[in-house]
Each structure stands twice: as C-alpha cells, then as structure tokens.
Design a protein. Structure first.
Length: 101
C-alpha cells in the first residue's frame, strides 16, 4: 500500500492508497476539500468537525441522488466498495482519538 500526503482545508493528511488508486483518491480528496471549503466560505458554520459532517452528508446525498436517478457516477464519485475502503483508510489515519480535524 502506497502512502500519499493530501491537503483538505489547509490540513495535511497521510493516507494509505492501493497501487493504481492514486487518481481515485485524489478525486475524492478534491471533492471533500471543495465541499468543506464551500461550507466554510459560506460563513454559517465555523467548527471544522461540523463542516466535515455537513460535507460528508452533502456528498453522500449527491451520490444517493445519482443512484436513484440512474445517472452515471463514473469519474465523478468513487463506487460504494471504493468508498468503504476510503472510510477504512481514513479511520486508520485518524487513529484511536477519532478526531477528523
């Protein structure tokens, strides 16, 4: 497993990534960073943890809407199995303290 350093809302993270999955991980990081930054820039929410939760909900909702409408998610969002893997890697990166940001 390869390790990659990524930045989300100015904070660096080292994430594990399977060989060949670099671009998918970078796409996911870009989506999360864009969503979190948009929430922060709107100025209504200040706490990073709340921003992260709202961004996760927004992205999950968008993915669910695409599934319901039958729209293709290719190249836009990673598949469900890939998301599960990303979640596991994020959990590992967070360690035992459970703090996202």
């Amino acid at each position: 497993m390869k390790q990659m350093e990524v930045t989300i809302m100015g904070q660096s993270y080292i994430l594990g990534c399977p060989e060949g999955g670099e671009q998918s991980l970078l796409n996911a990081v870009e989506s999360v960073d864009r969503e979190m930054s948009a929430i922060r820039n709107a100025g209504k929410v200040k706490a990073r943890e709340r921003i992260a939760v709202l961004a996760a909900l927004n992205l999950a909702y968008a993915l669910a809407e695409r599934r319901v409408s039958g729209a293709s998610t290719a190249g836009v969002m990673p598949g469900e199995a890939h998301l599960d893997g990303l979640i596991r890697r994020i959990d590992q990166a967070l360690g035992s303290d459970g703090q996202l940001l």
